[in-house]
Design a protein around this ligand. Sequence first.
Ligand SMILES: NC(=O)c1ccc[n+]([C@@H]2O[C@H](COP(=O)([O-])OP(=O)(O)OC[C@H]3O[C@@H](n4cnc5c(N)ncnc54)[C@H](OP(=O)(O)O)[C@@H]3O)[C@@H](O)[C@H]2O)c1
Length: 346
Amino acid sequence: MRRLKYVRFGPTGLTVSQFCLGAWHLPGSGVMDDSGVERVDEEAFGRVVRKAYDLGINFIDGANRYHGRMSTADINHVGNSEKLLGAILKDYERESWVVATKVRGQMAAWPNGQGLSRKHIMWQIQESLKRLDLEYVDLYQIHWEDNATPNLETLRALNNLVDRGLVHYLGVSNHSAANVVEFMETAKRLNIEGFASMQEPYNILEREVEGTTLPVAKKYGMAVMAYVPLAQGVLSGKYLAGVEKGSRASYITQVAGQYLNKETASAVGSLLELANEKGITLPQLALAWMLHKQGELGLTIVPILGITKASHLEDNVGALDVKLSGDEMRRLQEVAAGAALGPQSY
Ligand SMILES: NC(=O)c1ccc[n+]([C@@H]2O[C@H](COP(=O)([O-])OP(=O)(O)OC[C@H]3O[C@@H](n4cnc5c(N)ncnc54)[C@H](OP(=O)(O)O)[C@@H]3O)[C@@H](O)[C@H]2O)c1
């Protein structure tokens, strides 16, 4: 059953599975809470985590803000995903998991209820640990930029968490290349912990980071955690037949604005034909493309899989058996370049 291999996490001694499990969107229950927001199907989430674990996934990525069924959670719904995950992790040996979470987004309406200040970080690590019911998190990531806080303040606060054993490794997400360089050079100058990883949106339709932040990850030997590796499900081909009930695009309307248009459908349709020719599924083709990109880019890339059904996970892990030639890689990229994406929906 155990199928995954393990890779070194950037410049660290930490070992993580080739795929990470994401905790942003979780299986829906179809039942609404008092505010009309769908509740997560906790049992189904437990089954997904069990399947991931049995396949050999040891790495899970969440964020303090994640709810599980809301993309931009309001302050009454933030933290739900961490709470649900904490309950599920009780069934496992803590040390068998590498648990990642994030800080930055709005967690309360008051001043300092968001950001990367020392005050906010010191508060939110305690809150995340309570929700997750853990004594430490393995990877603590800054979710996106906070231009109002000096980088040195953020870096020193994060290093304090490492020194206190509340956090083992640090990561960055959604920061400009120049800003990551500034953080990393400051850490080097002060001989303190910099970032072991960079978490960025990356898939065969969305390759902007190849020319912006990925060269910075390479320069500092950081691991890349690729989020939206299947373009939120678009790279499964499911939306070619319309928006099915319960799917991501059925409850997050911005997904359609980003991905559901004629050009993107045509590119995805052609990718699907190429997958069919190879006798594999489209998610397998898209994920295999990313795994093959590692060699070309000289980076370790860990795709973070969003999973609402355990069967999707089995499908996606099949990417590990797919071989792509240089010609096939070029052909896929040519076809994918025909997509035309709207404003980001994450
Ligand atoms: N740092 C950041 O700012 C940031 C932002 C976004 C995400 N993330 C991280 O990245 C993770 C992954 O993002 P994502 O969920 O958008 O990833 P994704 O893999 O691009 O999309 C996941 C969705 O694709 C569909 N899917 C997956 N496998 C499938 C298959 N084999 N067949 C059919 N459909 C399939 C499912 O859609 P349905 O729901 O329709 O079943 C699933 O929810 C998140 O959980 C989070 O940890 C980070």
